[in-house]
Design a protein around this ligand. Structure first.
Ligand code: S3P
Length: 447
């Protein structure tokens, strides 16, 4: 559906956003392997997470609406007819995490997806799962993929790509097959799987590798900080690791809140999001906002089911540019579309590097961002692994394109709020992937 987008006179307000998509996927998919029921509060309403819930139902999980949430009851035995087809829709997280579960269970299932998901790489899970002894047959490294579950072998793996989906897929495969696994990460990725397993299960040990001070060999009077290992994190699941069941309360999705914080940032106004997820592996975007000149205030912090949350207030200010690369890019990989929009309003040139993963998301996000910024009159260079965005320009209203990608649609709907003249977006139905009520929420903060 095409949507007309008008500039806003004022932005201000307090809103709550839907539950975190990554945590929602894990709650739904954990129920497949759980020993007891899982009760989930604030289960998000986005299409992606409903895809994971539907997949759990197909394998025998019973889903009931109970007081304050959803009760997910695992089946006595996982069920699927030979060569059942499970449609993963647009959801990379469903496809990759479910492939892990199936690879370690005694089921034969075919995973399919929509056009966008069928273009996304699956080799990153197929190779390590095959090394554990799994049988997966992907179509030239893509969906559709046939998974024939097997008893898997203990496994040690150093992650070649920074990906929480791959990490979680392998952890779930090991859990399903009751074999031990050791995973090492060079870049720390979101840790919702680890936290959920600690909260409603057990058998997991996590070692964060912190720098230590040692004597500088070049000058014994000085100390220098070094990492005692060449990796940053080690996760060990024993063969006894298991999901027992319990209660999960899902915090608001910080990656959705980011679009509303972006609206405050580019207009110099103030927006508050209550009950916003503050898991430290997801807050890089808030650090970025501070670094470029916004005020970020956090209140009412609490932790439930391992996930920190609180009320976050962002106020825009004069914005400056910044170079973003390495861990900073990994830490806000889903927020890069709104980071790029904000960059267009900042003084100087923002450089984003090490973001090649964005080429294989729901769309080629680097190309999609460059296309829309250019349409709005912003000078933008497209790099192999990132973007160079020249800021402090007046953005012109334009005919924008979502590329059927929820995060592109939301980022550029926010850009249109601060543009000169009206804009339009070709198709905005894709926002339903993570935030079906996005435009209603936007109306709550627009004057
Ligand atoms: C996700 C991990 C990230 C992220 C995606 C959700 C997850 O993907 O971009 O939106 O829930 O594990 P990668 O693991 O491919 O980096």
């Amino acid at each position: 559906m095409k949507r007309e987008l008008k500039p806003a006179r004022r932005i201000s307000g307090t809103i709550a956003v839907p539950g975190d998509k990554s945590v929602g996927h894990r709650a739904a998919l954990f129920s497949i392997l759980s020993k007891g029921p899982i009760t989930v509060k604030h289960f998000p309403d986005g299409a992606d997470v409903l895809t994971s819930l539907e997949a759990a139902k197909r394998l025998g999980v019973q889903v009931e609406q109970v007081d304050g949430g959803l009760k997910l009851t695992p089946p006595e035995r996982l069920q699927a007819d030979q060569d059942t087809i499970i449609d993963c829709g647009n959801s990379g997280t469903t496809a990759r995490l479910l492939a892990g579960i199936l690879a370690g269970s005694r089921l034969r299932v075919i995973l399919s997806g929509d056009e966008s998901l069928s273009r996304r790489p699956m080799k990153r899970i197929v190779d390590p799962l095959a090394a554990m002894g799994a049988e997966l047959f992907a179509t030239d490294g893509h969906l559709p993929m046939r998974v024939a579950g097997k008893k898997l072998l203990p496994f040690e793996y150093r992650m070649p790509v920074a990906s929480a989906q791959v990490k979680s897929s392998l952890m779930l495969a090991a859990l399903a097959s009751q074999c031990s696994i050791t995973l090492r990460e060079d870049h720390v990725t979101r840790d919702h799987t680890e936290l959920m397993l600690q909260a409603i299960g057990g058998g997991i040990t996590v070692r964060d590798i912190k720098p230590v001070l040692v004597q500088d060999p070049l000058d014994p009077r000085k100390k220098k900080s070094v990492l005692p290992e060449t990796f940053k994190k080690e996760i060990v699941l024993s063969a006894q690791a298991a999901i027992n069941g319990g209660e999960i309360d899902i915090p608001g999705d910080i990656s959705t809140a980011a679009f509303f914080f972006g609206a405050a940032a580019i207009t110099g106004e103030t927006v508050t999001v209550t009950n916003c997820g503050l898991n430290p592996t997801r807050t890089e975007f808030l650090d970025h906002l501070r670094a470029i000149g916004c005020q970020v205030m956090i209140e009412h912090k609490t932790t439930f089911s391992g996930e920190l949350r609180g009320s976050v207030t962002v106020t825009g200010g004069p914005l400056k540019s910044r170079k973003i690369s390495g861990d900073a890019t990994v830490g806000m990989i889903d927020e890069i579309p709104i980071v790029a929009v904000i960059a267009a309003f900042a003084e100087g040139t923002t450089i984003i590097r090490d973001a090649q993963e964005l080429r294989v998301k729901e769309s080629d996000r680097l190309a999609a961002i460059a296309e829309n910024l250019t349409r709005m009159g912003v000078k933008c260079g497209l790099l192999d692994d990132g973007l160079a965005i020249e800021g402090r320009q007046e953005l012109s209203g334009a005919d924008l394109v979502s590329f059927s990608d929820h995060r592109i649609a939301m980022a550029f709907s926010v850009a249109a709020l601060a543009a000169v003249g009206p804009s339009s977006m070709d198709d905005t139905s894709c926002v339903g992937i993570s935030c079906p009520g996005f435009y209603d929420l936007l109306l709550q903060i627009i004057a």
